[in-house]
Design a protein around this ligand. Structure first.
Ligand SMILES: NC(=O)C1=CN([C@@H]2O[C@H](COP(=O)(O)OP(=O)(O)OC[C@H]3O[C@@H](n4cnc5c(N)ncnc54)[C@H](OP(=O)(O)O)[C@@H]3O)[C@@H](O)[C@H]2O)C=CC1
Ligand SMILES: CC(=O)N[C@@H](CCC(=O)OP(=O)(O)O)C(=O)O
Length: 336
């Protein structure tokens, strides 16, 4: 299959380009940036010298002639662009009959009202929202395989949902709000320079209190209230979430461990039991690591991912694999 990447100069786009270039069944046919991009016509490997020899292709401006080239050459289009850009671009590629994998949040929520409330814009294509499959690979594989539009799950939600869905499915949770404290590395904020991600300014601090868009994304796809607080940490990549859960009375650690067995055969999920996941364990790896400890009815679950792999490009590639009927892990294990 021929794959093009829009937004290939960004952190998630470049990560995905490297995965596609190494994949045994995919061909990277084009890497695009905006028409006015300062990086247009540079080589991707000029921006990311670690990919010298692998990604020596130019970053092409997404002009009208580029759309024709994509129409003629691509099977799959991956949007590694800002939410609003993705909302506008997806219908254009869908109308060409392309399968679209959107790494942004542009098609993850259920209704236009959610976009107004949590993203601050009116959704221009609300009719597509119920056609998009939510790209949480381990939990929605049939829908992902069948859909023309895949809304690849958000980075923080990927860790939280894999940590919590087993408990929800086993009916171990009370109604009490689940508290999720999460820390992300700075690549989570994208490549564009800003004062908030400046080397000298980044410190460990929370942000987006009560209003981060990943709170509703987790709630919608879990079916449970959460209080989600992200933090920005002074490290490049990785997400660690500490999640506080109130269990129903008399739930035992054996029942909790049994609940997680639903993920035991998933090759990109590592169940650590009472061992504690860490950023070091997942950075540059395609896995979700999940660990848990219980005291009485209180359970603390810890989940860790690499935000650019399982939180973005890795999971997008997993969704592509599902669309092609390949194993989840094709092009993902042993390629780092
Ligand atoms: N970083 C992360 O950890 C994660 C990111 N995501 C999501 O993935 C998307 C990309 O994120 P990230 O890689 O961090 O972002 P970056 O800011 O690093 O990259 C954005 C890319 O989009 C390009 N771009 C901007 N405007 C346009 C346009 N109109 N047409 C074509 N290309 C355009 C940029 O290039 P230029 O401006 O030069 O044109 C750049 O290549 C976002 O929606 C983000 O929310 C999802 C999960 C995790
Ligand atoms: C550290 C940081 O800023 N992280 C980003 C989340 C990563 C991302 O791009 O979000 P999506 O998964 O929804 O696409 C943020 O909080 O907005």
């Amino acid at each position: 299959m021929n794959v093009v990447i829009i937004g290939a100069s960004g952190y998630s786009g470049a990560e995905l380009a490297s995965l596609v270039a190494k994949h045994p069944k995919l061909i990277l046919t084009g890497c695009y940036v905006s028409q006015g991009s300062l990086d247009k016509n540079k080589l991707l490997s000029d921006l990311y010298p670690e990919h010298l020899g692998l990604l020596d292709q130019p970053l092409l401006p997404l002009s009208e002639s580029a759309f024709s080239d994509i129409e003629n050459s691509a099977d799959y289009v991956c949007l590694c662009t800002d939410h609003k850009v993705s909302v506008d671009l997806a219908p254009r590629f869908l109308a060409m009959g392309k399968k679209v994998f959107d790494l942004s949040g542009g098609y993850r929520l259920a209704s236009n009202d959610d976009y107004v409330t949590y993203y601050g814009f009116e959704h221009q294509h609300p009719e597509l929202l119920n056609q998009a499959a939510y790209g949480l690979a381990e939990w929605n594989s049939d829908a992902i395989a069948a859909a023309q539009l895949v809304a690849v799950a958000g980075c923080y939600p990927t860790a939280a949902l894999n940590a919590l869905k087993p408990l929800q499915q086993a009916d171990l949770l009370t109604e009490q709000t689940i508290i999720i404290n999460a820390v992300s590395g700075v690549t989570g904020a994208g490549r564009k320079a800003s004062i908030g991600t400046h080397f000298c300014e980044v410190s460990l601090a929370p942000y987006g209190l009560f209003n981060h868009r990943h709170g509703p994304e987790i709630e919608q796809h879990l079916g449970h209230n959460v209080l989600f607080t992200p933090h920005l940490g002074n490290f490049p990549r990785g997400i660690l979430e500490t999640i506080y859960v109130q269990l129903k009375p008399n739930v035992t650690i054996e029942q909790v461990t049994q609940a997680y067995q639903v993920l035991a055969d998933e090759p990109l999920i590592r169940l650590l039991g009472d061992k504690i996941p860490s950023i070091k364990g997942v950075a540059k790896q395609p896995y979700v690591d999940i660990g848990w400890q219980q005291q009485g009815t209180q359970l603390i679950v810890i989940a860790a991912i690499d935000n650019l792999l399982k939180g973005a490009a890795g999971q997008a590639l997993q969704c592509i694999n599902l669309s092609m009927g390949l194993a989840h892990t094709t092009g993902l294990k042993g390629s780092f």
